[in-house]
Structures are given as structure tokens and as C-alpha cells.
Design a protein around this ligand. Structure first.
Ligand code: AMP
Length: 397
């Protein structure tokens, strides 16, 4: 398989699929350029090797063909500034005029194609459309992990036009390698920490993780569905009554597979969902009427910490309390600190999923974990055990 480090880009026109789907304000100014910044190293590498770059991305959700609101014209100036060189903007992403612009590109030059989703064929994974895109370049570089779970024309279908000239960009490569360390070849013991509000949204990941982990820490709001299923009193805590059976089943599978299932035994209960609430530490299965569990208690935190700090691989998805309120952030903060300690001792730690990434940033510990995945759906589908079309296409699977 080709990689961006082994491929010879000299004199080649590289079609690079990036994710430039950035947020804009009402004046069409970029409010967060993280995704564009993240794509720069791959582009610079190719240009430095004597290649030229044809950049393609989706942007927003245009419904019926071209819509000036979602034009790449809003991004080209800032992209050019970040790259430190001129970027030409194509009027479309396929067609004779664009082909002529691509053909004229000289080594070191950059062309940004117009929004791929101005053509509905992109999301349909249309092969003819993919072929039109493929005409523009000599090789295909997939550097958009955020769309790797979609079998779209530019993210997967294009691969067949470049049987020997397809590869991951740096972003996708590092995301794939990091996820591999967790999903395929974890150093043991492997621990997954699953938190957040609901068990229903994480059920597929939990089920898949039960096949892989030595320890599964379940925290946050989902705790109470388990506690209730086992006959405990949960007061006004969050619960999903339709998932009681499912919770018991998870416990059963964990037992059968010898997975150490770790859940809160004590919680910080509050008399209101508020920073001003009165609180008390109570057993997780004896929450008084009218009170709700909003954070892990000290005994639970100590248990979580011990398991985490003795792990070789750690996956963290979801907070173990209502960390947005300082009063209920203690458990989540302690989990973060334990992960940092484990990482210092040599463990590989991956944090993924919106809210745990927010927690890591809130507590300022981003530098203390091995890898932070911001890819959302694509990462979650990998953890669920699915094969991503954009990854499989490059690997030729
Ligand atoms: P999710 O999107 O499912 O990962 O859920 C994240 C949300 O779960 C965060 O906003 C937390 O505030 C919330 N959460 C965590 N623990 C609890 C809890 N014990 N009760 C209610 N919400 C919680």
C-alpha cells in the first residue's frame, strides 16, 4: 500500500479530499478554522515534493445544486493565508473548464475545487461523477476522516480509478493508527470508560467493547438505568426505562466474557439540576426520593482511578457526571487526571466523542493524553466495529 511518505509526488497532480466543512458567522467569516489548519501538513508535504494540489471538500448542506451561501469562495482567502501561497478557485468541481485549470497547474501550485455537494452525485457515490473528478489528477489522497464513514464519490468511490495511486493523508493516517491501537491491538489491560447521559446512544459501542476490553467503566447518567434494573432506588435520576432489560443483558455478557464491569457504588446526589442545589453523597442504589445522582462519589472515583492507572490502553467516551457544572465535575476531572497519570506511565489513551473532548479541553489536559479524536461519526462507527468505506477503499479491501 502506498503512503504519503513513500509515494513520489514529483510532477504529479494530487487530488486531495479534505474536510473544509468549517462554521461561518452571518458575515461569512470563519469562526473556527481547525479543520483547515489540520489539512495543511498533507498539502505542504505534497507541494514540497514537487507535486501540485487539487483540493476538494464538501461544505455545508446545499440542497439543490449550487448555492452561493455554500461556495468555497468564502474559504479560499483564509486557506491561502494559512498555506502561505496563492490558491486558485475553480468555478465547479468537474467539467471542461475545471479540467483545463487542473491541466495548467504547475508543480507547487494549488487549485481549490468548488463544493462537491453542489452535485447530488457526490453523496450518492455516483461512479460517473467520481470518474469525472478522477480525470483531474494523477493520484488520490484521502485526508478527510470525518467523512470516512460515508461511501461518497470523493471519499470512497474514487479509489477504483487509482488502483496504485491512492493513499491516506497525515490526518487520516494518524486517526487510523490511533484507533487501531485501541480496536485491533490494544496493550493489555485495556479499559474503556463509557459515560454520558444515555445508554441507548452508546449501546452498540458498549456491546462491541465487551469483546475487546478487560475493564469497562460505565459512568454518568447511564449508571441509573443499570441500578434500577438491579432493583435499586434512583430517586429522580436520569433513567431509560426501555433499556432495563438491555442493561441486565450487558451485565450478563460482561460476566460471560470475564470483563470487569465497574460502575459507581456511591454518587453525589442533588435536590435540583443546578449549581445551587444541595448535595449529599449516597449509595448509588439508595438515592432518596426527590434527589438525583449527578456525579460519581469518592468511593467510585477511587475505584475508577485504580483501574485506569493500571491500564495499558484506555478509551474514554463520555463524562461520568454533569461536568458542565463545577459542582458535579469532580468525577470527570478525576477520570481525566487518572488517564493522564496512566499515559505518563506509558499507556496509550484515546479520547473521543464530543463531550469527553469538551471535558479534556475544559480541564486543560489535552496534552496529557495520547490522542484526541474529533471525528465524531466516523470514530464512533469504528468503535462500533464497522468497516469505514473511506478507509477500506484506500486499503483496497
Ligand atoms: P452524551 O452526549 O450521551 O455523551 O452525554 C453527555 C452529557 O451527559 C453531558 O452533558 C453530561 O452533563 C451528561 N451527564 C453525565 N452524567 C449525568 C448524570 N448523572 N445525570 C444527567 N446527565 C448526566
Amino acid at each position: 500500500m502506498q503512503t504519503i511518505n513513500t509515494y513520489n509526488f514529483k510532477g504529479k497532480k494530487a487530488l486531495i479530499r479534505v474536510d473544509f466543512n468549517v462554521p461561518l458567522n452571518e458575515n461569512f467569516e470563519i469562526t473556527d478554522d481547525t479543520r483547515i489548519v489540520a489539512a495543511i501538513p498533507t498539502i505542504k508535504k505534497i507541494l514540497a515534493e514537487g507535486g501540485s494540489a487539487i483540493i476538494m471538500s464538501h461544505f455545508g448542506r446545499p440542497k439543490d445544486g449550487p448555492n452561493p451561501k455554500y461556495s468555497m469562495k468564502h474559504l479560499v482567502g483564509h486557506f491561502s493565508k494559512l498555506l502561505g501561497q496563492e490558491v486558485k478557485l475553480a468555478p465547479d468541481c468537474i467539467g471542461a473548464e475545471v479540467q483545463a485549470m487542473a491541466a495548467e497547474l504547475k508543480p507547487g501550485e494549488v487549485l481549490l475545487l468548488e463544493n462537491l455537494r453542489f452535485h447530488k452525485e457526490e453523496e450518492k457515490g455516483d461512479e460517473t461523477f467520481a470518474g469525472e473528478l478522477a480525470k483531474l489528477g494523477d493520484c488520490w489522497v484521502n485526508d478527510a476522516f470525518g467523512t470516512a464513514h460515508r461511501a461518497h464519490a470523493s471519499t470512497a468511490v474514487m479509489a477504483k480509478f487509482f488502483p496504485n495511486d491512492k493513499m491516506f493523508g497525515y490526518l487520516v493516517e494518524s486517526e487510523v493508527e490511533s484507533l487501531d491501537k485501541v480496536v485491533s491491538k490494544p496493550v493489555r489491560p485495556m479499559t474503556a470508560i463509557m459515560g454520558g447521559a444515555k445508554v441507548s446512544t452508546k449501546i452498540t459501542i458498549i456491546e462491541n467493547m465487551l469483546n475487546k476490553v478487560d475493564n469497562l467503566i460505565l459512568g454518568g447518567g447511564m449508571t441509573f438505568t443499570f441500578v434500577k434494573a438491579n432493583g435499586g432506588n434512583i430517586g429522580n435520576s436520569l433513567v431509560e426505562d426501555d433499556f432495563l432489560e438491555m442493561a441486565l443483558n450487558i451485565q450478563k455478557i460482561a460476566k460471560e466474557k470475564g470483563v470487569n464491569l465497574v460502575m459507581a457504588t456511591d454518587v453525589v446526589a442533588a435536590d435540583a439540576f443546578s449549581e445551587e442545589a444541595n448535595t449529599q453523597v449516597v449509595p448509588a442504589n439508595a438515592i432518596p426520593e426527590g434527589w438525583m445522582g449527578l456525579d460519581a462519589g469518592p468511593e467510585s472515583i477511587a475505584k475508577f482511578k485504580e483501574v485506569i492507572e493500571n491500564s495499558g490502553t484506555i478509551l474514554w467516551n463520555g463524562p461520568v457526571g454533569v461536568f458542565e457544572m463545577d459542582k458535579f465535575a469532580v468525577g470527570t476531572k478525576a477520570v481525566g487526571a487518572a488517564i493522564v497519570n496512566a499515559t505518563k506511565k506509558g499507556a496509550f489513551s484515546l479520547v473521543g466523542g464530543g463531550d469527553s473532548v469538551a471535558a479534556v479541553n475544559k480541564f486543560g489536559i489535552a496534552d496529557g493524553v495520547s490522542y484526541i479524536s474529533t471525528a465524531g461519526g466516523a470514530m464512533l462507527e469504528t468503535l462500533e466495529g464497522k468497516v469505514l468505506p473511506g478507509i477500506a477503499a484506500v486499503r483496497g479491501e
